[in-house]
Design a protein around this ligand. Structure first.
Ligand code: NAD
Length: 273
């Protein structure tokens, strides 16, 4: 028997309670970026509803206070932080403030993102490229570095990076976004290997088409046509459907899952025809 072989244990009420606890994020301290809207909002609210302590960050504060007020109203613990994730100094300060408010960080959700399309020969392309990389990839690195001592302290830290199905394939006129989202998956896999010995898991979620602020300007008819042609479920997803998978990867129960890029896409990647 190797050192990590544990004999099967019968299901007693004590063991059942342990199993339930393994599916709990209660009292874990979580940072969610881009928490004012869409999937970030749904993720912050779900963590809050499940008893996690939520540091909710966004560059836009219009909805952020309402998100945090909702969590507190529902009996949870949360704080709102205005943060531009492209500001490296502000990231360090934010993590210090979040730690002071709730305790050391257990879970980091790198969710904030922007989508700038455009053809490679477009006039604005280079500017869009740098802007997209700053928010969608470089910020992940800075936030991970700022949270790393906390995440490593107990050997059970969790990092979940929000990539996209655009991180698994390509779309014309979307190469800045696609390259950054592929980069998120590369970062995720490399850090999963690097941080595994510290007990930190690093995973990516790849949402498909989801009703959020990012997709609100796409006309309903275009959304319906796309979903019918491309997804197995023939529909767009809702933010909470992604949030549930994100939170699942943060549970103690997900302790042996690391380095994956998980599509949450209504079967879009699976579908050939
Ligand atoms: P959204 O626009 O509703 O939310 C994004 C949030 O990020 C906003 O609240 C915005 O203010 C915030 N944000 C943007 N720049 C920021 C910055 N510099 N600093 C801090 N916060 C910033 O969009 P969403 O769809 O919920 O996006 C969440 C994530 O999901 C993004 O990473 C996005 O790329 C990804 N994604 C979205 C879809 C989709 O169909 N909606 C599909 C795949 C991946």
């Amino acid at each position: 028997m190797s050192d990590d072989t544990i004999p099967a244990r019968p299901l007693t009420s004590a063991r059942a309670a342990e199993l339930v606890a393994e599916r709990s994020v209660a009292d874990r301290v979580v940072i969610v970026t881009g928490a004012a809207s869409g999937m970030g909002r749904a993720t912050a609210e779900l963590f809050g509803a499940l008893g996690a302590k939520v540091a909710a960050a966004d560059v836009s504060t219009a909805q952020l206070d309402a998100v945090v007020a909702g969590i507190v109203e529902a009996g949870g613990e949360a704080s709102a932080h205005r943060l531009d994730v492209t500001d490296n100094d502000a990231i360090t300060t934010f993590v210090d403030v979040a730690r002071a408010a709730h305790g050391p960080i257990d879970i980091l959700i790198n969710n904030a993102g922007i989508a700038h399309g455009g053809p490679i020969d477009g006039e604005e392309f280079a500017d869009a490229w740098y802007a997209v990389f700053a928010v969608n990839l470089h910020a992940h690195m800075h936030l991970i570095r700022a949270c790393l001592p906390d995440l490593a302290r107990n050997g059970d830290g969790r990092i979940i990076n929000i990539s996209s199905t655009e991180g698994l394939g390509g779309t014309a006129n979307n190469s800045a976004y696609g390259a950054a989202k592929h980069g998120v998956i590369g970062l995720t896999k490399s850090l999963a290997v690097e941080l595994g010995p510290k007990g930190i898991t690093v995973n990516a979620i790849c949402p498909g088409p989801v009703h959020t602020g990012m997709t609100e300007l796409i006309p309903d008819e275009a959304k319906a046509t796309f979903a019918r042609r491309r997804t197995a479920l023939r529909r767009y997803g809702q933010p909470h459907e992604v949030a549930h998978m994100t939170v699942s990867l943060a549970m103690p129960a997900a302790s042996f899952v690391t380095g994956v890029a998980l599509p949450v896409d209504g079967g879009m990647i699976a579908r050939n025809q």
